[in-house]
Design a protein around this ligand. Sequence first.
Ligand code: PRX
Length: 641
Amino acid sequence: MLKKGDLYYPSKEFAHSAIINNKKIYKDAGKNPIKFWEGLAKELFWFKKWKKAFIHKPPYFQWFVGGKINITSNIFENNSLGWENIKNKAAIIWEPEIPEERQRVLTYYELFREVNRFANALKRLGVKKGDRVGIYLPMIPEAIISMLACARIGAIHTVVFSAFSSSALQIRLQDTKAKVLITADGYYRRAKVIDLKRNADEAIKNTKVKKMIVVKRAGNEVAWNRNRDLWWQNLVAGESDECDAQIMDAEDTLFILYTSGSTGKPKGTVQTCGGYAVQAKFTGKWIFDLRKDDIFWSTADLGWITGHTYSCYSPLLNAATFVIFEGAPNSPTPDRWARIIEKYGITIFYTAPTAVRMFKKYGADILKKYKFETLRLLSSVGEPIDESSWKWYFKEIGKNRCPVVDTWWQTETGGILITSLPGIGPFRPCFTGLPFPGLKFDIVDDKGKRVSSNKQGNLVLLPPFAPGLLRGIYRNPEKYLKTYWRQCGKKIYFTSDAALKDKNGLIRIVGRIDDVLKVAGHRFTTGELEDAVSHISYISESAVVGVLDEIKGQVPIIFVVLKETTPVEKVQKEIKLQLRKEIGPIISTKQVYIVKDLPKTRSGKIMRRILRKLFTGEELGDLSTLSNQESVEHIKSVINN
Ligand code: PRX
């Protein structure tokens, strides 16, 4: 990499061989973005070409209207790289949590046959085009096989993160009315077996789930309902390994993925078959410079959007070989992730800043024995990466050689939308980069007026948006309208992020402007955490605020008002248990404070801004709307005690 002032550029060699290395792409795409996306879409296989590329009826829009496609045909038999060329190359390398256990490798052809077998099994169970199927699986190949089998027959998958609790799973199954749930007996996490089936059994109460398919993974004892439960291995045994792809309309739903929204209840973002495929394929190809010979590792779990797009669909559409890993990156030893990079000769590594900060904290000593010679590109996602972590990543892992590509996007956008392209640059620590070619972003004030360079404002996306931008919130059009299309009108997509642009047009993401927290890159709302806490009988009120954390980026702190005196240790313990029960073990709180009163406006709204500042010790600013001034001194004394 070459450094000029604050900016870094790819080396001549990297730029020379990169898939995209000419700045002209931005100008060309910008002239006619619809035509640009159409050009990319043409490289995919369509059963029937679209009649119109883009139709806009604000706040709704459609891409590739009238086109017929199936994403799995584009991965397998009609892959643009030629089926005969890719059939016998490795698709998935699965690294189990226990290092001594053997990895599993599935070639494209093997994966294809497994997908077809399972697709036939789903059909036999009565799953049809448009039906919703819940997937609650750990990071094992069957999770990808399940997703692709649904896509093969036109069923809509809803993947739920395996570390989410049974309550979180239940809400999603109820909202989608899924008939089938795919899960596993258990899986390994830090050498312990996690009983996933027990959670699943609990979750499907009061849902429409009629059949539960269970992958035998950990071999642990599980409860069994003979009329409902089916072992995956038995189910697929007699099935044919051929299954025709269901012809899908470009605008048919491919999947629903839940994410935390502006209020307590998670919202189901809807992705379509055509637009998503185009965006997943080309963002991966251009942003990671992804080729058939790469060994790609995106550390994200399939339960999140990064997992859907870059631990599954994008590398498959680009016929790359990619790694999925069942366990935690620092187990059984802190260098597990480095061992995986070396073991498989990873060429492209994609992770979250939280992971980078954690590795950095372990210190350079544990990395001495690793050379990382196979790596050629590093990337980051999910939260802002601070300058010192960026530089550490660049130097210690990328050996001053690999471009560090910071990628901004959201569950709602389906794929990466802002980043510097690795063959062009420039890269600037803390700045994600330029909008992907063909996209128009603006930074505006609260009245919708564009702000000048280096001024912070709201990040918005202008038409024609992106083919992979969500088409709706499942069964909740009002929420769709309110969350994304109200603040700046029905024609402008509101990201809920604050950002600024430097004089080169590079965008820096400052953070969320709503009540979303990014804890270790995972998305939660203050509302859903407060909702969980409110189920504890002796708590009358609570307020959650996100504060900075050295490793996790942000963590929640919780203020509670009690109905009756209760020892602080008991309150802390029960809040922890409650969060585990309602959300899952991935969320924990940094601090719980018992207070007499919460700061409120005259209309009774909790002023979280004040709570956050009291915790950090910042100036409180304007307190004119605060109705209970006395709460401030009291809370200060509780925090300082
Ligand atoms: O605030 C932005 C932050 O993550 C939010 C989206 O979260 P989620 O839907 O969970 O998707 C995460 C993975 C795509 C955004 O609104 N965010 C995402 N990427 C970055 C980021 N913040 C700063 N820099 C990034 N690269």
